[in-house]
Design a binder for this molecule. Structure first.
Ligand code: AMP
Ligand code: MG
Length: 315
């Protein structure tokens, strides 16, 4: 298959790919997504096949606004409050699926809940509006690899395996969405582009953490994920022989620096691109990758989550 490249103004052509049941990669503010019509089982199966994704792993559906989202999920008052505060933006809400919504069961992996997001990126919003239905979209990369934050990253991993990609620049947030279970209570399923601190400020109550025994578990949060080819060592306070060092803050002698100023938003936006670049350097001469400590506050929670998975035992 030949992967077509659309420029950012070719929104109608891009929506046409979705309408025909094809696979379209498009930029969002978090990472590039690999989209398919969420009501077309064959199209959704194509997403799993192109990514090599285990099929028990449900997908997030993308919609233009809360009104559209309410046609597919049932929103509690708390869920609505979160949607009103953070949409459009990097927050996915897991809510009970609405009966008769018509989603492919591959999207929910047979669960009675669905994860929904309203992205903030202009190109993504234009495609969603032009398509007019729910778009299931995981990150546009082979399963287990590093998420794409540039169009070139998408083509590196999926060229020839997907129908088209819509150019959308570099992803401003650079980390996947925060996933919250939002029923009568709120629980964190995955740290991401919206901070837990901001969520707690909006709802005025504590968010249950994944490590709490009572928290509903999210399928598909694999220990090893976001992994470069090279081995990764995190919380590295110095560079050892045979390592490419990705610094954070005032680190001398780093090959790359997530944010020399120690800014977590800048670090998030650079993270996946620098992991890829470090992997390229490491591959040249058989080195491994080390990453400086990143604080656990704000976006640091999500950055450390991704780094921990990148460093995890591949099994
Ligand atoms: P990705 O598409 O790679 O960003 O990953 C989407 C993640 O969303 C999955 O791995 C799940 O962990 C989570 N997810 C999607 N739908 C649900 C759901 N209904 N319940 C819990 N978690 C979900
Ligand atoms: Mg992914």
């Amino acid at each position: 298959m030949q992967t077509e490249r659309f420029e950012s103004h070719q929104v109608e052509q891009a929506a046409g790919v979705l309408r025909r049941g094809g696979l379209l990669a498009f930029a969002t503010e978090t990472v590039y997504g690999l989209g398919a019509d969420a009501c077309n089982g064959t199209a959704v199966a194509g997403v799993y096949a192109a990514k090599g994704r285990p099929s028990f792993n449900p997908l997030i559906i993308h919609l233009p606004d809360l009104a559209a989202a309410e046609q597919f999920g049932v929103f509690s008052p708390l869920a609505r409050k979160l949607a009103e505060a953070f949409w459009p933006g990097p927050l996915s809400l897991v809510v009970p699926v609405r009966e008769g919504a018509g989603l492919s069961s591959l999207v929910t992996a047979g669960l009675d809940t669905v994860a929904i997001r309203v992205p903030a990126h202009d190109g993504a919003r234009a495609v969603l509006a032009a398509f007019g239905g729910p778009v299931a979209a995981p990150s546009a990369n082979p399963s287990g690899g590093i998420s794409p934050t540039r169009m070139s990253h998408v083509l590196d991993g999926l060229d020839g395996k997907i129908d088209a990609v819509l150019e959308g620049g570099n992803c401003a947030v650079g980390l996947e969405s925060t996933i919250l279970y939002a029923g009568a209570e709120v629980a964190l399923l995955r740290a991401g582009g919206v901070t837990v601190e901001d969520v707690e400020a909006v709802i005025g109550q504590a968010v249950a953490r994944p490590e709490d025994p009572d928290t509903p578990k999210s399928p598909g949060q694999l220990a090893s994920h976001y992994a470069p080819d090279a081995q990764v060592r995190i919380n590295a306070t110095e560079r050892r022989a045979g390592e490419v060092l990705i610094g954070f803050g005032a680190v001398t002698g780093a090959d790359l620096n997530l944010s020399a100023a120690g800014n977590l938003s800048e670090a998030a936006a650079n993270l996946f691109d620098m992991l890829r670049r470090a992997d390229g350097l490491a591959r040249q001469d058989g080195r491994s990758i080390a990453v400086s400590p990143v604080p656990m506050t704000g976006l640091g929670l999500a950055i450390n989550d991704r780094l921990t998975r990148a460093a995890a035992d591949r099994g």
